[in-house]
Design a protein around this ligand. Structure first.
Ligand code: ZN
Length: 207
């Protein structure tokens, strides 16, 4: 353990901006160091996971398997066309520039154009989060740059709710619209870290 960081309830986290989109690179670095120095993760864990997510997603093969795209090409020529489209992309989210968790997204939406939207010249790459927040149901989810499951762990580890009820309220306040069962599942991490002495759950917690 290094001298600099950080007990589980360290006030250093309390001084950080309360919405992750305001975090600086240094803040993220501090969290990453803490995750490793606290023994929750190893550098190998983090790096191997990132490498796996850096691998180009199965976006091309998924498009090529759809009948609506196949309809534009001669039999068994779809993958060739999709591959050419895939290679022409920048390999980054069109909105935020991220290389991780890329998905194919429609320019003209399927909602408006139906199957006619399924054309290669109508597709581009966006990261999962930028893709999701364009949907009407997520219009006000502007507090986070994280995917939903990442935001659940960010709230747990940074805001350190002491009870499940508090955790659920924080998640709702953060604009998360998923079913409660997802919060309850995520709360398992509080129990697991408590077993290691890295988290404190108040006896008044309902779960
Ligand atoms: Zn993005």
């Amino acid at each position: 353990m290094s001298a600099r960081h950080l007990s589980p309830n360290d006030p250093a986290f309390a001084g950080l901006p309360t919405a992750d989109h305001e975090w600086t690179s240094d803040d993220w670095q501090q969290l990453l160091h803490w995750l490793i120095e606290s023994g929750i993760l190893t550098y190998k864990d983090v790096t191997a996971l990132v490498l796996g997510h850096l691998n180009p997603p199965q976006v091309g093969t998924s498009i090529a398997s759809k009948k609506t795209f196949q309809a534009h090409f001669p039999p068994r020529k779809t993958w060739q066309a999709v591959r050419a489209w895939f290679y022409q992309q920048r390999g980054k989210c069109e909105d935020c520039g991220a290389r991780l968790e890329l998905q194919a997204d429609h320019v003209e939406t399927r909602q408006d154009y139906g199957d006619q939207a399924d054309r290669l010249d109508n597709m581009l790459l966006r990261c999962r989060r930028c893709n999701v927040i364009r949907r009407p149901s997520h219009a006000q989810g502007g507090l986070t740059f994280l995917t939903a499951e990442a935001a659940l762990m960010w709230i747990l580890l940074i805001k350190r709710p002491r009870t499940y009820q508090e955790f659920e309220g924080m998640c709702r306040d953060y604009g998360m619209t998923m079913a409660n069962i997802r919060f309850q599942e995520a709360w398992a991490m509080a129990h697991w870290l408590e077993d290691d002495g890295s988290y404190t759950i108040d006896p008044s917690s309902s779960l």
